[in-house]
Design a protein around this ligand. Structure first.
Ligand code: GLN
Length: 409
């Protein structure tokens, strides 16, 4: 399985890592913040380190305080009285949670449908678990469309239907979407849910950016639809919600029938997640309502998004305004470089976008991620038109990046 070309090639995050780029390059590549988690969440982490029990293994399901905090926060959102013993599983980040789902449910050759572009980690995680990826396109806005938003990236339910075979085991729905920023509409999700029921497959609902939805748009949870709870595992991430991507704390919510096998896999893979930081995340979730934290955070992210997008407007470059997540895709098809430009060997055989992102990082001083990496080998030329910029950075950094980006003009 390790022979899969994509899984073994140098991962995109390492190529465009700051360590590989000039020291003063502004990193709008990998999606992590350049600001700290809130002080009151960090305080909960400090307190946890003083608690002997929180420095040791937690129950593989997760620390009880965190499971209770998740129940209180997510129960109302999912319209359910969640059972902390059987319907919540704390994982070592959302990635590990999804990996455990694949380990639990995929038999050799089982197919997983996903919308393309897709978060790159799905592919190796599925391949390592003997599954097969099946791709359905998200159709980009037409090149001539002015003022596009991420929701102008559309799905065609007939294409989803055509992708279904007797081997279809599950579909991954990622909303808000990385890298597009699309927030799937209720109608789109209803169409997907109807197919999942008609053909009896599972839904892995990757909602790690659920707290980052803009312009008053609604984040719709597919697990709340009629008869969907039984076949859906929803995925969440403290890293995204509390600016703590390195803490590696995520959680899955679903019915006992789906959580129990995933727990079995997760226990054998990592046994349990990081204990003290689970306590810290519990402390965070316990306070978000009284502090109106997520509401305030959304406004801050809208401002960050708007600073960066204003720079693209000024340049007259095309992008689709993201309605969720913290990524924006910029159309880089008109960025050009000298024929004799010296690119590193690691870019040999990679798409045009890999070169464009490298050129922009070296010459303009702002790093981004080439979007062909979010496509399978067969379709990667579609992604070559775009670079993904992350705006999970403080305003000052984004303003500086915006100034530098004007040199692209
Ligand atoms: N989810 C983050 C991003 O898309 C980080 C990905 C990773 O580190 N594998 O940028």
């Amino acid at each position: 399985r390790l022979k899969d070309g994509r899984a073994l090639a140098e991962d995109v995050w390492s190529i465009y890592n700051v360590a590989n780029l000039p020291a003063d390059c502004i990193n709008l590549g990998q999606g992590y913040m350049n600001f700290a988690p809130p002080a009151w969440v960090k305080k909960a982490a400090d307190e946890a380190l003083e608690d002997v029990s929180a420095n040791h293994y937690s129950h593989p399901k997760g620390r009880m305080r965190l499971r209770k905090a998740i129940k209180n926060q997510y129960g109302p959102l999912l319209n359910r009285d969640l059972d902390v013993e059987s319907e919540i599983l704390v994982t070592s980040g959302a990635n590990e949670g999804m990996y455990s789902v694949f380990t639990a449910f995929l038999n050799d050759g089982d197919e997983v449908i996903m919308f393309e572009p897709f978060f790159d980690q799905y592919l190796p995680s599925i391949v390592f678990n003997s599954g097969k990826c099946v791709y359905v396109p998200l159709h980009p806005p037409s090149e001539s469309k002015e003022g596009a938003t991420s929701n102008d990236w559309t799905i065609d339910l007939e294409e989803v239907r055509r992708a279904i075979t007797p081997r279809t085991r599950m579909i991954i729905v990622n909303t808000p979407h990385n890298p597009v920023g699309k927030v799937f509409t209720r109608e789109e999700l209803e169409g997907i849910a109807a197919l999942a029921k008609e053909f009896n497959f599972l839904v892995l609902s990757d909602e790690v950016y659920d707290c980052l939805v803009y312009d008053g748009k609604e984040h719709v949870r597919i697990a709340t639809f009629p008869d969907m709870w039984e076949r859906t595992i929803s995925v969440y991430s403290a890293g995204k919600s509390f600016a703590a991507t390195g803490w590696r704390v995520g959680w899955l919510i679903g019915p006992k029938t789906l959580i129990a096998p995933t727990l079995a896999a997760c226990t054998r893979i990592v046994f349990c997640s990081n204990s003290p930081l689970q306590e810290a995340v519990a402390g965070g979730l316990e306070q978000v309502k009284t502090r109106h934290f997520f509401e305030t955070q959304v406004k801050e992210y809208e401002e960050r998004r708007d600073i960066l997008c204003a720079a693209f407007d000024k340049l007259g470059m095309k992008y689709a305004l993201p309605q969720g997540s913290y990524f924006v895709l910029l159309d880089i098809s008109e960025v050009v470089w000298p024929d004799d430009y010296n690119f590193p060997k690691s870019l040999d055989g990679r798409g045009r976008d890999f070169k464009a992102c490298w050129f922009i990082a070296m010459e303009v001083g702002v790093s981004s991620i080439p979007v062909s990496e979010f496509y399978c080998a067969e379709h990667c030329s579609i992604g070559e038109r775009f670079a993904r910029f992350a705006f999970c950075k403080d305003n000052e950094t984004l303003k500086k990046a915006s100034e530098r980006l004007q040199n692209l003009g």
